[in-house]
Design a protein around this ligand. Structure first.
Ligand code: DAT
Ligand code: MG
Length: 147
């Protein structure tokens, strides 16, 4: 089953949105298989966002993501990578549709509430960066009503 890395950013934690965000993915039918509240060390932030290191906002992005605790999560489900991206909404909340997480709760691109892996390769890479331990794969009675 496909897995993705999702993370409530420091603004989402401060704004008490952890529960709301977890709830959306739970209700959708995806399965939480790993989670932790953590403050990201600078080196990990720079590696996680390495693809953006030449962009003008890179320093600001690293400062922001390390500015307070994040809620890092591993989620499992069919097509969870792309479906979670759809549920998150566009990168800039001003372009994100109502009903998406960024569309409902975000205002500016710098504080857009949530991170999610954008492809299978980045999901594997990011899960590896944030979770070294085993994931909690488990069956739920309700699985048969989802698949
Ligand atoms: P996403 O988070 O949707 O995958 P991304 O990978 O292009 O978007 O960028 C990573 C983060 O960097 C994004 O969530 C917010 C920040 N960011 C992106 N573009 C920005 C910009 N033009 N100005 C400031 N921050 C930006
Ligand atoms: Mg990205």
């Amino acid at each position: 089953m496909e897995r993705t890395f999702l993370m409530v950013k420091p603004d989402g934690v401060q704004r008490n949105l952890i529960g709301e965000i977890v709830s959306r993915f739970e209700k959708k039918g995806f399965k939480l298989v790993g989670a932790k509240l953590m403050t990201i060390p600078t080196e990990l932030a720079e590696e996680h966002y390495g693809e953006h290191k030449e962009r003008p906002f890179f320093g600001e992005l690293v400062d922001f993501i390390t500015s307070g605790p994040v809620f890092a999560m591993a989620w499992e489900g069919e097509n969870v990578i792309s479906t979670a991206r759809t549920m998150m909404g566009a990168t800039n909340p001003k372009d994100a549709a109502p009903g998406t997480i960024r569309g409902d709760f975000g205002v500016t691109v710098g504080k857009n509430i949530i991170h999610g892996s954008d492809a299978p390769e980045s999901a594997v890479r990011e899960l590896g960066l944030f979770f070294s331990e085993e994931f909690n794969s488990y069956d739920k009675q309700i699985d048969g009503w989802i698949y």
